[in-house]
Design a protein around this ligand. Sequence first.
Ligand SMILES: [Zn+2]
Length: 137
Amino acid sequence: MIHFALRCEAAGHAFDGWFRSGEDFDGQAQRGLVSCPVCGSTSVGKALMRPAVAGTREAPTPAEMAKVAETLQRMGREVRASADYVGPNFAEEARRIHYGEADERRIYGEASPVEVKGLMEEGIAALPLPPLPEEKN
Ligand SMILES: [Zn+2]
């Protein structure tokens, strides 16, 4: 059974209804079998439910997800090709560059989410790179 919040279109009375399915409700409503318990009107519709989360953005399609993943991987390859790999010293090295203690250059390496957060709080741009598919093996 599915619970629907219903509303009579004649006077806007709100009431609840239980149906086997959305089609079951549509069928019963069309045949005038669903009536408002307050005024008896058979002109009823599903009430607009307040969405639990603000905004009605639809979930991205698999094609869109694949495109985003592809873009991230391309960016990841570009960074890897043009930047110095500093391994687990990424946060330390990023700080040294930021404060002029090391040569200004693009670097990449491993950093924990806590380290990345710390860098961002100091105003140091650090972007986590997604792992490349070939690195997962
Ligand atoms: Zn009514």
